[in-house]
Design a protein around this ligand. Structure first.
Ligand SMILES: NC(=O)c1ccc[n+]([C@@H]2O[C@H](COP(=O)([O-])OP(=O)(O)OC[C@H]3O[C@@H](n4cnc5c(N)ncnc54)[C@H](OP(=O)(O)O)[C@@H]3O)[C@@H](O)[C@H]2O)c1
Length: 255
């Protein structure tokens, strides 16, 4: 498996799963653009990667801001010249009941978790014009099953899941879309709220990053870094598979 000479964008790169992806890619001679809103985290990442093989560039963007979302791919392209792999990974959850979250909190989760990954994909399709690229979105196990106090967050991740389900029936030559469904991962994700419990079971961001890179290479459509979780939702996955002929039957003939 090789990512040598690939031009790669990673959002949410200064922490957790995004940072672990950069660390794994440090084994290759590739060009990586690390995007995050956390300038200090990006600087630290740059220092940590000084002796690695990757050519690392940084871009500070706030993906809760619609104007900055619109600049996502154009700015990345300006930095990298071309984009082979795009990891739309940035995301966050505000823990608590739906009623406890104000308008700006609800909007921010929608923009970062849902709008930014979908707009990024749209922008990639515009610039790629049929040239092959992989677009990987970090969804969540919560795209498949809900958890108490995560209603708003789970809604954004479940929407990504359904989007991918429909998108795959469209004709987009060269575009490989893959969704990642991690279970609880030991990252800063759980530091946003002091009473936020880390659900069982949990996994390391390294494990998630390694599963993602293996799956990218195999051009998979979905990756479940926890085999246990995949077993837990196996009936749901079988049901999805049973619906496939019905979906195919509804696919417009001209596509
Ligand atoms: N950890 C889990 O249990 C888990 C499980 C399933 C899915 N996920 C998903 O995995 C992805 C990565 O999360 P993680 O666990 O690695 O959490 P993390 O350690 O908190 O990393 C998320 C990164 O995204 C950045 N980010 C947040 N809001 C942003 C914004 N408005 N603009 C640009 N960057 C922003 C964060 O920057 P700041 O540090 O400045 O906030 C942080 O660097 C997310 O999409 C998350 O939903 C996580």
């Amino acid at each position: 498996m090789s990512f040598n000479q690939q031009h790669i964008v990673i959002t949410g790169a200064s922490s957790g799963i995004g940072r672990a992806l950069v660390m794994e890619l440090a084994n290759y001679h590739c060009h990586v653009l690390a995007i995050d809103k956390d300038a200090i985290g990006l600087r630290q990442l740059s220092l940590d990667m000084e002796t690695s093989r990757i050519q690392l560039q940084m871009l500070e963007l706030d993906l809760a801001n619609l104007l900055q979302i619109q600049q996502l791919v154009p700015l990345a392209l300006e930095k990298l010249g071309r984009i082979d792999l795009f990891f739309a990974n940035a995301g966050f959850a505000l823990y608590g009941s739906f009623g406890s979250q104000d308008f700006s909190a609800r909007q921010a989760q929608l923009q970062v978790n849902l709008v930014a990954p979908l707009e990024g994909l749209y922008q990639m399709l515009q610039i790629a014009q049929g040239r092959p690229f992989s677009y990987i979105i970090t969804a969540s196990a919560m795209a498949k099953t809900g958890m108490p106090n995560y209603a708003m967050y789970a809604a954004t991740k479940a929407a990504l899941d359904r989007f991918a389900d429909c998108f795959r029936f469209e004709h987009h030559p060269g575009c490989h879309l893959m969704l990642v469904y991690p279970i609880a991962t030991r990252t800063d994700f759980f530091k946003s709220h002091e009473s936020i419990p880390l659900p069982w079971p949990s996994q390391s961001p390294q494990k998630v990053a390694q599963s993602i890179l293996k799956a990218v290479f195999k051009k998979k459509k979905a990756v479940y870094p926890s085999f246990l979780f995949q077993c837990m939702i196996s009936l749901q996955l079988i049901n999805q598979w049973l619906m496939y002929p019905y979906q195919l039957w509804n696919k417009p003939k001209q596509d």
